[in-house]
Design a binder for this molecule. Structure first.
Ligand SMILES: *Cc1c(COP(=O)(O)O)cnc(C)c1O
Length: 376
């Protein structure tokens, strides 16, 4: 977990440059939803708690409960809110809901009044232009009116989420920020304020200091990657501002070696046919472990410090590679799917680009049956 703690420290330093007075210190809400982007929610949250995270962010109450059962006592924000009927449960386990519709205030108020545990904190999500989730700026008066009737609730945070913060050239982020600031101003004029204001996800933290407010919500950058959908591919700019280290490597072993004669196919539907006498290594990993099936006949692995091409269909449990060029390969050799081996490096972000998706997608796809080992 050394890399994870270092990434968190780099983020803390980025948003709180040396000399920041303690009182002005920006808080970090570490996003550990989706099993901490596939890395393992509880071990990751424990390491981040030790390294000084202020808050955790998950999607839903099931994810919040997993952290509570794992002994995490820090504050947890449910970024996507809650289902009707979950209110009592949230209050019991100190899970802080995001409120994304005006009528949820009344549901929460009823449960808060019944629980008699003092004011129940929540964060209000404002839809500033992503058009998915959150109250519309035009609903501000409804929120203010309803809240005035909710003595058992405490508005602790107001936030929004960006559609394209990682795209340097997109003005949408500035527009969203303006819409959000106007909504905040409108709320304030109606007497509604909150101590925590947060907007920035990874892209905002890396490249847009104007979005930092007093809390930030890093996800992908915690795990060591910058988002990379910028048409100008200015990732180097982000990387210089915020140096990161990938947290995960995905490795398996060679479990079978085959000499395949010319003209013979390998794997389902024989999608690869040997055009020379070939040696094929079969590794114990497939799409159930998270290898995208789209890597069929396109991907690479690292074995004995060298790149080898995947051959044939990536199947559920097994994947083959052409190791004809490396006669020393033996059964039991380590095969690196994502990560470094010797001089060779195969970042998950590069594989994501190859198959036309984002790094987070491939991180989340790493299968449940893959054992996770945590190094200090
Ligand atoms: C997932 C999520 C984040 C983290 O996003 P990254 O782009 O991975 O940093 C932040 N805020 C909200 C509301 C999210 O849902």
């Amino acid at each position: 977990m050394g890399a994870l703690a270092r990434n968190l420290r780099a983020i803390q330093k980025r948003v709180n440059p040396p000399g920041t007075p303690h009182a002005a210190r920006r808080k970090i809400l570490a996003v550990v939803k989706a099993n901490a982007y596939g890395h393992g929610a509880v071990p990751v949250a424990r390491a981040l708690a030790r390294a000084g995270t202020d808050w955790f962010g998950v999607t839903c109450s099931a994810e919040g409960m997993e952290l509570r059962r794992g002994g995490i006592r820090d504050r947890i924000l449910l970024l996507t809110g809650f289902w009707p009927g979950e209110e009592k449960h949230l209050i019991q386990h100190r899970l802080t809901p995001a409120v994304t519709r005006c009528e949820q205030l009344r549901m929460l108020e009823r449960a808060a009044a019944r629980a008699r545990r003092g004011p129940v904190a929540f964060h209000l999500k404002i839809d500033s232009g992503m058009n998915r989730l959150g109250i519309a700026p035009s609903d501000v008066p409804c929120v203010a009116r309803t809240l005035a009737d909710c003595p058992h609730l405490k508005l602790e945070g107001i936030f929004t989420h960006f559609a394209s913060s990682e795209v340097f050239t997109d003005e949408k982020t500035d527009q969203q920020q303006q819409v959000f600031m106007r909504a905040l101003e409108h709320l304030r004029s109606l007497g509604v304020e909150a101590p925590l204001i947060h907007l920035a996800n990874s892209g905002g933290i890396a490249t847009r200091p104007a979005t930092w407010a007093n809390m930030v919500r890093p996800g992908l950058i915690l795990y060591g990657y910058h988002q990379s959908y910028d048409p100008l591919d200015r990732n180097a700019v982000a990387a210089a501002a915020l140096p990161l280290q990938p947290v995960l490597s995905l490795r398996t072993r060679v479990i079978s070696l085959r000499d395949v004669p010319v003209g013979q196919g390998v794997g389902y539907n024989g999608r690869w046919v040997a055009s020379r006498p070939s040696r094929v290594a079969v590794i114990a990993a497939g799409y159930a472990d998270g290898l995208p099936r789209a890597l069929t006949n396109r991907g690479r692995l690292i074995i004995r410090g060298q790149f080898v091409p995947m051959v044939g269909t990536v199947s559920m449990d097994l994947t083959a590679a052409d190791v004809t060029e490396i006669p020393e390969v033996r059964i039991g050799d380590v095969a690196t799917i994502y990560g470094d081996d010797g001089e060779a490096s195969l970042p998950i972000s590069e594989v994501a680009r190859l198959v036309g998706t984002v790094t987070s997608d491939l991180c989340c796809a790493i299968g449940q049956r893959v054992p996770r080992f945590y190094l200090p």
